[in-house]
Ligand binder design. Structure first.
Ligand SMILES: C[S@@+](CC[C@H](N)C(=O)[O-])C[C@H]1O[C@@H](n2cnc3c(N)ncnc32)[C@H](O)[C@@H]1O
Length: 268
């Protein structure tokens, strides 16, 4: 189980955002520890230089190798000495270095689950044009992208990954079941949700009122569960059919999906 996340970043203050909401509570409750190491603290020159020009020329700079290397060693050393915040030891076999990069594997819930099986993750947030390729080859176990677009730094992607990891830690969410009901956990999108009031009036020219689906007010838990599963299957079929291609549907799921499709086509 994940006990510790370290981040190597030139902008540690950005991670204050992790102190809010579910992630903040998990950190305060000691369910996991999060530590940010700034490579700038490992520079040796008076200007604390963290960037350098790329060989071959061209625009942009790269992060300097040495400060990142030193930051990585210091994290590994302090893990050996201190373990987690509860002084539990970390199995070095269950430590992975992850570089956040637009060239990495696209992040999915499945990858989050797999990464959460480690005890320690060391996340490297790049800046400028990124980092020296040899550093990646030598020290990085996994490269991870949060999508096909380019951001100015790896801090936001690192926070996306940290948030999704913390949600999987037992006790991090108010209800243990919540993560299991989330979209993607079981390979399907989540069903729609409703809260009070029972009837909502929307004013768009003439008044339109919208009621909560009746089954949700029935108190019949079995029927509610079936309705939710049907909606999950239907939504996935409508919005992300690619997810269904990779998932074997049970007989009940196939029947519910057929019902959903027929209802959509006005056949019931
Ligand atoms: C401006 S980007 C460098 C992009 C790099 N020149 C390229 O095209 O692959 C600076 C840093 O932001 C981070 N980054 C940017 N987009 C990202 C994404 N989609 N997923 C993960 N990290 C990203 C990486 O850490 C990267 O080193």
């Amino acid at each position: 189980m994940l006990k510790r996340i370290n981040v190597i970043s030139l902008f540690p203050e950005m991670f204050e955002a992790m102190q809010s909401g579910i992630t903040g509570r998990a950190l305060r409750d000691g369910l996991i520890s999060l530590e940010i190491t700034n490579p700038r603290d490992f520079t040796k020159d008076r200007h604390k230089t963290v960037d350098d020009r790329p060989y071959g020329g061209g625009p942009g700079m790269l992060m300097k190798v040495e400060p990142i290397k030193e930051a990585l060693f210091s994290i590994k050393e302090s893990t050996k000495e201190n373990g987690t915040i509860s002084n539990e030891e970390i199995d070095p076999q269950k430590t992975k270095v992850v570089y956040l990069s637009p060239q990495g594997q696209p992040l999915t819930q499945q990858i989050v689950k797999e990464l959460s099986d480690n005890e320690q993750l060391i996340l490297l947030a790049g800046r400028y044009e990124g980092v020296d390729e040899r550093l990646i080859e030598h020290y990085v176990d996994y490269e991870c992208s949060i999508g096909d677009y380019v951001l100015s730094g790896g801090e936001l992607p690192a926070m996306v990954l940290i948030d999704s990891l913390i949600r999987l830690i037992p006790g991090a969410l108010g209800h243990n079941e919540s993560a299991e009901n989330d979209s993607f956990y079981s390979g399907l999108l989540d069903h729609p949700h409703y809260t009070r009031p029972e009837t909502l009036i929307f004013e768009k020219g003439s008044e339109v009122s919208q009621c909560v689906p009746e089954v949700l007010l029935s108190g019949n838990h079995k029927k509610i569960e079936q309705w939710r599963l049907k909606q999950s299957l239907g939504r996935t079929w409508q919005r992300r059919p690619d997810l269904l291609e990779n998932r074997q549907l049970s007989e009940q799921e196939q029947r519910l999906l057929q019902e959903f499709i027929q209802e959509q086509n006005g056949i019931s």
